[in-house]
Design a protein around this ligand. Structure first.
Ligand SMILES: NC(=O)c1ccc[n+]([C@@H]2O[C@H](COP(=O)([O-])OP(=O)(O)OC[C@H]3O[C@@H](n4cnc5c(N)ncnc54)[C@H](O)[C@@H]3O)[C@@H](O)[C@H]2O)c1
Ligand SMILES: O=C(O)C[C@H](O)C(=O)O
Ligand SMILES: [Mn+2]
Length: 538
């Protein structure tokens, strides 16, 4: 029974006659022995009977809960179809309705700020003797663009890890999804009698940071080969946490660093198509929060790496948030916004620059990246105004899920008469316009964090530094044929498992070159191959 109930060991109807005898499974499964391929075919057919993506996700979660090999075999064969079901955008629905939909914990770990003393036991209980190499942890204060979801946010940790395995072959028995429940300020949840998390407001300040610190310390001690991925923390904490730990442990913030990598890669891809120069670009951030500022920092570092003096490079950057263009006399700026704030004296019309349209008209950006959570804000007027001053405007509406995107790919192509170079946060269908098929790249950190993690884990890297991050962004070039009309700015999700290896190789090579590995790695490609898990019955 314990074998059948263990998703890492269960093979369901694929247990052989011999295994059924030797493992005490006689009579516990129907008599016919299926192959994994037969199970995959049958399960995929069952999936097709589900009415919508939410139903499909719930069905797939059932398979995940019972049998990891079967789940990942299926996922790996249908990666383009499954990504939006298993991951974003459907995951946003399961997070919002987590308590209502709750069936079981999916081997996640729930850590409560009200009971820090049981943290160690909780992590040990969930690891259950497994050699944990990767944790995705969230405190769920800033889930995608949908805000604070308390304990419900655990689903983002579970979902991000599913993508790690499907895209980069991270061994699913070596991962742990974790939620830090520090309370929630989501009043709807606090009033919901079904809510399964701590029913109090978020605890902030010293107590919060001590809780995070105790988690980091305990996890690092229990799992000495850990790569620690932070996801969807709130704007006030995400960068603080990253800055505190990035020099000490192997850690990563997906919203800051992962998004930075994918947007830089997308921009390099776009410029490859337009044949324009990186350092000529004028970059406008719309929504200068965790992701917006993280991306700007990555792009800025690239300007400097290309040889431009930092003070010169800074002149190419503008940030718009709720208050409009960010100025240096604003006392509410975050530490991440400050380096990009402008001086009022640069403009004749500084007082008018309180909205996106006025800023676009004034500064003539060539790159516009949306991480604002404000749907439809890249309006036809704004986009046409941008396109009037640049040959090939680079426009990335990145806010997730679908309902929050700043614009639709199709509109951007039409409004600019096919000139815009577009990537979106969620998957977008091809756009047919005037006889050209425009493929839309997905600028979602899911295209890079799996490969990045594989490279870090395979190389036994002690740290993940900016050099490795930059190498990851550059490694995505050359996969798309940029000469083809309508070419995408990023490689397609259909090749995700292949280019995860490319990213992993770039990251691992960099770790080895910089002497940042715990073990001596003589053959990087082999180390990656040996680390990659494949869904097969052992
Ligand atoms: N595609 C990707 O890979 C990716 C990665 C990370 C985040 N995102 C998306 O980016 C969005 C932001 O995420 P985050 O983690 O940075 O959140 P965040 O809360 O840290 O940042 C959002 C920022 O937008 C600003 N904002 C809110 N309303 C605004 C308005 N009307 N005008 C201008 N700015 C406004 C906020 O003040 C804040 O600074 C989310 O929708 C998220 O899904 C996408
Ligand atoms: O989860 C995603 O789809 C990407 C990103 O991490 C986000 O927060 O939106
Ligand atoms: Mn995120």
């Amino acid at each position: 029974m314990s074998i059948i109930n263990n998703p890492y060991l269960n093979k369901g109807t694929a247990f052989t006659e011999e295994e059924r005898k030797s493992l005490g499974l006689a009579g516990l499964i129907p008599p016919f022995v299926q192959t994994l391929d037969e199970q995959v075919t049958q399960t995929y057919a069952q999936l097709q009977t589900k009415a919508n993506d939410l139903e499909k996700r719930l069905f797939l979660m059932q398979i995940f809960n019972e049998n990891r090999v079967l789940f990942y075999k299926l996922f790996s064969q249908h990666i383009v179809e499954f990504m939006p079901i298993v991951y974003d955008p459907t995951i946003a629905d399961t997070i919002e309705n987590y308590s209502e939909l709750y069936v079981q914990s999916q081997n996640a770990t729930y850590l409560s700020i009200d009971d820090p003393d049981s943290m160690e036991a909780a992590l040990k209980n969930s690891a259950d003797g497994r050699d944990i190499r990767l944790i995705v942890v969230t405190d769920a204060e800033g889930i995608l663009g949908i805000g604070d979801w308390g304990t419900n946010g655990v689903d983002i940790s579970v979902g991000k890890l599913m993508v790690y395995t499907a895209a980069a072959g991270i061994d699913p028995s070596q991962v742990l999804p974790v939620v830090l429940d520090a309370g929630t300020n989501n009043q709807e949840l606090l009033k919901d009698p079904l809510y399964l998390g701590n029913r109090h407001e978020r605890i902030k300040g010293d107590t919060y940071y001590k809780f995070v610190d105790r988690f980091v310390e305990t996890a690092e001690r229990l799992f000495p080969n850990l790569y620690l991925h932070f996801e969807d923390f709130g704007r006030d904490n995400a960068a603080n946490i990253l800055n505190k730990y990035k020099g000490q442990i192997t850690t990563f913030n997906d919203d800051i660093q992962g998004t930075g990598i994918i947007v830089l890669a997308g921009m390099l891809g776009a410029l490859n198509i337009s044949k324009q120069k990186f350092t000529d670009q004028v970059y406008l951030t719309y929504g200068a929060g965790t992701a917006g500022a993280g991306i700007a920092k990555r792009i800025f570092d690239e300007f400097v790496q290309e040889g431009m003096a930092p003070e010169e490079a800074r002149k190419h950057f503008y940030m718009v948030d709720k208050q409009g263009l960010l100025f240096d006399d604003d006392e509410t700026l975050t530490p991440e916004q400050k380096p990009f704030a402008r001086s009022r004296s640069e403009f004749d019309n500084a007082d008018e620059l309180t909205n996106l349209e006025a800023v676009v008209k004034t500064i003539h950006p060539t790159v516009l990246v949306g991480t604002s959570t404000q749907p439809g804000t890249f309006t036809e007027d704004i986009v046409k105004e941008m396109a009037a001053h640049t040959e090939r405007p680079i426009i990335f509406p990145l806010s997730n899920p679908t309902k929050l995107a700043e614009a639709k790919a199709e509109d951007l192509i039409k409004w600019t008469d096919g000139k815009a170079l577009v990537a979106t946060g969620i998957p977008a269908a091809d756009v047919e316009y005037k006889g050209v098929t425009y493929q839309i790249g997905q600028a979602n950190n899911a295209l890079v964090y799996p490969g990045l993690g594989l490279g870090v884990i395979a190389s036994t890297a002690k740290l993940l530094n900016d050099e490795m991050i930059s190498k990851a962004a550059h490694s995505l070039g050359g996969i798309v044929d940029s000469e083809k009309p309508g070419a995408a700015v990023l490689p397609p999700v259909s090749k995700l498992d292949q280019f995860s290896n490319t990213v992993a190789k770039a990251v691992a090579d960099s770790a080895v070159e910089q002497n940042l590995t715990k073990e001596t790695i003589s053959d990087v490609a082999k180390a990656i191959e040996d680390t990659r898990w494949t869904p097969e019955y052992k």
